[in-house]
Design a protein around this ligand. Sequence first.
Ligand code: ASP
Length: 340
Amino acid sequence: MRTTSRYRAVARMIVAIGVVSLVAACSGNGGATGGGDTGGYPDQNITFVVPFSAGGPTDTVTRMIAEPMGAKLGAQIVVQNVEGAGGTVGAGEVARAEPDGYTVLMHHIGMSTAPALYQDLGFKPLEDFEMIGLVTEVPMTVVARKDFEPATLQDLVTYVKANADKVTLANAGIGAASHLCGLLFQTAAGVKLQEVPYEGTGPALTDLVGGQVDFMCDQTTNTSGQISAGEVKAYAVTTPERVKSLPDVPTAAEAGLPQLEVSVWHGLYVPKGTPQDVVQKLTEALKVALADQKVIDQMAKLGTAPVPAGDATPQVHRAKLEEQLGTWSKVIADAGVKAS
Ligand code: ASP
């Protein structure tokens, strides 16, 4: 079985660099500035840090918006995967980066769960970042290897209860969306399973398709293709409504587990202290990317959509994070989960 070591304290950093946009630096804003003058921003490549593996859902959404954002900014955007510890390694790296707008973090709901889970997180979500704006809110799916015995979500509950010692549940590390959804599932089912952590659900899904793990929760942005192709078995979506692109997959509530409701909101961050005009340029570029028909179409195919334009702002993003930090700290405290 290809897995990462469980809950590693110092996560290995694997960097996969992909150039997603090669746009001539033609913004016409003048040359390099420095010394606090950001009028020329951007005048070099911008790095978008994804705190999970390449090929997974966070990576997929990042690459979708990086191209139109780079075009709007007149800069090349490079995607860098800085994995480990449920997304906290990459987030910490961006928190400590130069606040100059050249290092941007894409993170998801995990930003709001990390403080309750990790004792020595090394960054404070509300204090160490400037928010750029929300990006998308993605439904999750409960999926299994295609030859896994249970046929429905109810069957799955019965089966895992009877076989708790041998069933394996994959996730992308403590605090990852897959971990949270798995936690909700186990709480609802009243069972404790053997969890298999990866550094992203890209590799976890590969192992699921290969039959090395039994089941997991993951965003539709990663699972849609395999569900449609019949490469995995889909039990439910975790949103109140069915997902248009997966019309045959029932909601968890329809399938008898209404407690299993979670969707994965994503947002862009830069380090605290990044000049406001730079934040504003990034927000404007994000809005342009989210209005791009190609992005809308790509997201729709994968079961999601850009947030409404009004939510792609620092204010709405900050308010969302504040609200979610409160919600998840309670869920996590009630569940008694800790990262180490
Ligand atoms: N879907 C993952 C999670 O569980 C993250 C990823 O690989 O993008 O949070």
